[in-house]
Ligand binder design. Structure first.
Ligand code: TPP
Ligand code: MG
Length: 682
């Protein structure tokens, strides 16, 4: 082949992608073929990235938002010689993505799944998720870079974030929220590359899309550049340089491209998007590239070496210089960075967590208690970043100690992010923050968790310790009525694997919930709090709230073996206790189990779970102001569930709760019925 080395490298990316998709007989060849020069130019000549240290904290991030083009990323990881990192962040000698993995594209247990998945493949900076999530995540990463730069020094943290998006990403609503937020925050370290190819799955974009993308992004306050031909590496290089020189605005580079570039019969067609080209078309395309037609997975001599001389050498020098700076600098700072990178916590992180005096009369809304606990922890954990989608005070997530400023241009080490009324963007930005090892929290009302759901789901899929905090957690929010009253949200959040949903009953359970939420390196939590006041239980009369650490515990008990178990979460625990007191007075051997977190309880050993919910006691009643779905597994076939099977009502909260039977008297009444049916095994 008589190609210059750069073209040889670009065509290697193209042909590897075509071959992998063809061999898997499934996948998306057209976009990697079109964007190979873009990825090549970026990685080889601009991206600050050390393939031998892919977890270097100040590396530039490359996010493939158009995740269907996964072979583009896998080709880059392979060709750049990125090393695999193990679970303890040790760099191994193994490649992150070998040629063998590329040959096993989309196969069981390969490191080359259909779409990039964080944790499965070193070098994948985030899971793709639904279209638009990648670019939304990149905003959080850019925010993290700014925060870390301000906190630890811009000589240590000033990484850029690149995200590659297609028409799909930009059509998605979340792109609007995220671009608007990034423009507002003046994230000039953020560069989105828009693959302007006029094609989506259904065909030409003109079927559904006529946005003037340039004006749109100018309207958000972005720096908008255009590269009229994806194959023009000179123009691409200039655009990347312009991005780096730009201050005060994020950059969008619109790149005009041709899907399936070079394929004689498939270029510019939707079929190049999501189908293998076909053996014959692969041959014809290779011929058009001047490539050996029958060669498969060919990596011509000199290609790997060329990458080593480019990104490899540059990255090694840059990361070594960074380590030197870290070692020569303040050692306390270096230690803090190391702790943060490993998702650790300062030693005394929980020293200030308050315990709350019993107050069964006046009580305290769990959201209010939550604010006290959050502040106590955040003061000790500098990288805990609070935020809200315009409900900072209603959801009680404002940090109030000295130095807890807003995160905004001019004070990028602020701790309070105002995400605006942008729940999709907020939830997903938190994933970006977490991927850069900060400990983010965002909040809204529980009903609106629906708007953050893709981000919540991805935090669970990626096993990121993000805190999703929701208040106004039931019909108990009262007057705002059915639009605001969550019904199915608890059940639907509980349905997400790896997400712990914690709904504490009182202030002291709130403290325990926060402890669980922060003291973890993997897995997100949803903290669910009341708007309304609830009693702070007298723990000298009832069991210690420490039981909440096990997800569920016996809060109140009877003499001897119970014959009836009342199980509740959150604000309904007080109803269970009220009913319990009445029943015990009547001689019923009743027990109250507070079950703030199903998931944590389910992870306890069988003996513990049986001690809380003895299998012999089948007379059980669950009380929760939400969908009854899922409670069967705790109450069993003979148990009853008091839940919500309709939407709520707008009225003062006591009236709404009474309307739906959520009073201690009514719980006692239903409990008597349950107790009367007896226990099947006794
Ligand atoms: C939220 C979401 N909706 C739908 C899809 C299915 N999907 C995958 S790619 C795609 C079309 C994307 O078009 P574009 O971004 O222009 O990519 P191109 O074909 O140009 O590479 C669709 C609809 C998805 N992945 N995510
Ligand atoms: Mg497209």
């Amino acid at each position: 082949m008589t190609k210059d080395i750069d073209t040889l490298c670009v065509d290697t990316i193209r042909t590897l992608s075509m071959d992998a998709v063809q061999k898997a007989n499934s996948g998306h060849p057209g976009t990697p073929m079109a964007l190979a020069p873009v990825a090549y130019e970026l990685w080889q000549n601009h991206l600050r990235y050390d393939p031998a240290d892919p977890v270097w904290p100040n590396r530039d991030r490359f996010v493939l938002s158009a995740g269907h083009a996964s072979m583009l990323l896998y080709s880059m990881l392979f060709l750049a010689g990125v090393k695999k990192v193990d679970e303890d962040y040790n760099i191994t000698d193994e490649p992150a993505c070998s040629l063998h993995e590329i040959e096993n594209f989309r196969q069981l247990h390969s490191r080359t799944p259909g779409h990039p998945e964080y944790r499965w493949t070193t070098g994948v900076e985030t899971t793709t998720g639904p279209l638009g999530q990648g670019i939304a995540t990149s905003v959080g990463m850019a925010l993290a870079s700014k925060w870390q730069g301000e906190q630890f020094g811009s000589e240590l943290f000033d990484f850029d974030v690149y995200a590659l998006a297609g028409d799909g990403c930009l059509m998605e609503g979340v792109s609007h929220e995220s671009a608007s937020l990034a423009g507002h925050l003046k994230l000039d370290n953020l560069c989105w590359l828009y693959d302007n190819n006029h094609i989506t799955i259904d065909g030409a974009t003109s079927l559904a899309y006529d946005d003037d993308v340039l004006s749109r992004f100018e309207g958000y306050g972005w720096n908008v550049l255009r590269v009229g031909d994806a194959n023009d590496r000179g123009l691409l290089a200039r655009a990347f340089e312009e991005f780096k020189a730009e201050t005060g605005r994020p950059t969008l580079i619109v790149v005009d491209s041709h899907i399936g570039w070079g394929s004689p019969n498939k270029q510019d067609t939707e079929s190049a998007h999501g189908e293998p080209l076909g053996e014959e078309e692969v041959r014809l395309t290779k011929k058009a590239y001047g490539w050996p037609e029958d060669a498969k997975f060919l990596v011509p001599d000199g290609v790997l070496e060329h990458f080593q001389e480019g990104i490899g050498k540059r990255g090694a020098e840059e990361s070594a210089a960074w380590r030197q700076k870290l070692e020569n600098g303040d050692q306390m700072r270096a230690a803090a960075i190391e702790t943060m990178q490993r998702r650790g916590l300062p030693e005394d992180w929980d020293a200030g967590i308050p315990s709350f005096e019993a107050d069964e009369e006046k009580g305290l809304a769990t959201r209010k208690a939550s604010n006290k606990v959050e502040n106590a922890i955040a003061e000790k954990v500098p990288w805990l970043i609070s935020g809200s989608a315009d409900l900072t005070d209603s959801t009680s997530v404002r940090l109030t100690f000295d130095g807890a400023e807003n995160f905004e241009p001019g004070s990028f080490n602020g701790r309070q992010v105002h995400y605006g009324i942008r729940e999709h963007a907020a939830a997903t930005a938190c994933n970006g923050l977490s991927l850069c090892k900060l400990r983010p929290l965002w909040s809204t009302y529980l009903t609106f968790s629906d708007y953050g759901r893709p981000g919540i789901r991805l935090s669970a899929l990626m096993e990121l310790p993000v805190i999703h905090l929701f208040t106004h957690d039931s019909i108990g929010l009262g007057e705002d009525g059915p639009t605001h009253q969550p019904i199915e949200q608890l059940a639907s959040l509980r349905a997400i694997p790896h997400l712990d949903v914690i709904r504490p009953a009182d202030a002291n359970e709130v403290a325990e919930a926060w402890r669980c939420a922060v003291d973890r390196t993997h897995n997100p939590v949803a903290l669910v709090m009341t708007r309304q006041t609830v009693p702070v239980f007298d723990r000298s009369k009832y069991a210690s709230a420490e039981g909440a650490r096990r997800g569920g515990y016996v809060l109140a008990d009877c003499e001897g073996e119970p014959e009836l178990i009342l199980i509740a979460t959150g604000s309904e625990v007080q109803l269970a206790l009220g009913a319990h007191e009445a029943l015990v007075g009547e001689g019923v051997r009743s027990r109250v189990v507070s079950l703030p977190c199903w998931e944590i309880f389910d992870r306890q050993d069988q003996a513990y779970r049986d001690s809380v919910l003895p299998p012999a006691v089948t007379a059980r009643l669950a009380i929760e102001e939400g969908s009854p779905q899922g409670w069967e597994r705790y109450v069993g076939a003979q148990g009853r569930i008091m839940g919500m099977t309709t939407f709520g009502q707008s009225a003062p909260f006591k009236d709404v709760e009474a309307e739906f039977g959520f009073t201690a008297d009514n719980v006692a009444k239903v409990a008597r019925e349950v107790a009367a049916t007896g226990n099947s095994t006794t």
